[in-house]
Design a protein around this ligand. Structure first.
Ligand code: PBG
Length: 324
């Protein structure tokens, strides 16, 4: 055929393919989400997230050490609040002795180098399962932001390296930044869930934390999945207000958004490979319909290729093990 160009030349061996690979996944890319529970010796598998557990602080410490030894440098903490701590103010969220605050301290004491990130939103503490304070059936923005500022300061006080507001209230990044500055937490970072969509893929997470909305849905604060330019608007505003890292969430159904955000901003972009995305792979693998390990690496590499610098994923440990 006398072809001038043969694209298969660079694909003919594993060594050649690795030389020309454009995207490389490393454990440095991962943020491992952790679900905390009261008690000791507690370890409960989440029904809709096979192989993922809610753990008490003692067991979490063991897990965190294992993650560190696998090269994972950051964890993102979520707590399952006890029912009797829930109300409509979220005040347990800034309790100095709350589960979140004790967990942050315990992890930073055991492993000071681990980057501890914390979820900032009221849903685990809300009797309504909403990310904010409810008045007359509505999630009210400004009083919620005040609560989120107290929550963020309390996490910083406990030793969190980065607070991660996932609530999608307007103006919360600026307010949190000001609150941190006023309290002299000048080293605390903010990872903003900037383009967080109202997504059915959060279902298993809400099982894990018992935080499903008691009424309605989250569409008055989380984004409409039909929208693209709005993601850029949200992200640029969060950066202006002081976000150090921005996030797109979920990941696999939003790779176009990750790419556009990556092209539009000058801060690191993270993507959240959420609970439902984890559950889909686990379920298909369990049925014998997908090769689990291959599906994990292909999914995570696609997320990175689309432009994510960081990936929050329930597969962090499993993927890191596959890379060792
Ligand atoms: C709470 C929060 C949610 C997730 C992260 N933080 C759930 C929600 O917004 O309803 C979802 C994470 C996942 O599904 O893995 N603000």
């Amino acid at each position: 055929m006398y072809l001038q160009r043969r694209n298969r030349i660079l694909r003919q061996s594993a060594a050649l393919r690795s030389l020309v690979a454009e995207t490389t996944l490393t454990p440095n890319d991962f943020i491992a989400p952790l679900f905390l529970n009261e008690g000791s010796g507690y370890r409960q598998e989440i029904a809709s997230m096979k192989g993922y557990y809610r753990m008490s602080v003692d067991n979490t410490l063991k897990e965190v050490k294992e993650l560190w030894s696998l090269g994972i440098k950051s964890v993102l903490l979520f707590v399952k609040a006890e029912d009797d701590t829930k109300d409509n103010t979220g005040k347990e969220a800034w309790n100095k002795d709350g589960l979140m605050q004790r967990s942050i301290k315990a992890i930073k004491d055991a492993l000071p180098e681990m980057v501890v990130m914390t979820d900032v939103a009221l849903d685990p503490y809300s009797i309504y399962g909403h990310d904010g304070i409810v008045e007359n059936g509505e999630i009210v923005n400004d009083p919620t932001v005040e609560a989120l500022v107290k929550m963020s300061i309390s996490h910083a006080e406990a030793g969190a390296d980065i607070v991660a507001p996932s609530d999608m209230m307007d103006g919360r990044i600026g307010a949190i930044r000001t609150g941190l500055e006023q309290n002299n937490f000048i080293k605390t970072g903010i990872m903003a869930y900037s383009a967080k969509y109202a997504s059915c893929f959060y279902g298993p997470f809400r099982d894990a934390l018992d935080s499903a909305p008691g009424f309605g849905d989250k569409k008055t604060y989380q984004m409409d999945y039909a929208n693209r330019t709005e993601a850029i608007k949200e992200t640029l505003m969060d950066i202006e207000e002081g976000a150090d890292i921005v996030m797109v969430k979920p990941a696999m159904a939003y790779l176009d958004i990750i790419r556009e955000v990556r092209n539009a901003v000058d801060v690191p972009v993270s993507a959240y490979h959420v609970s439902g995305e984890y559950a889909m792979i686990k379920a298909a693998a369990q049925m014998g319909w997908l090769d689990e390990n291959k599906a994990i690496l292909e999914s995570l590499t696609s997320i990175k290729r689309s432009g994510a610098d960081l990936i929050a994923t329930y597969f962090a440990k499993q993927a890191a093990m596959l890379m060792h």
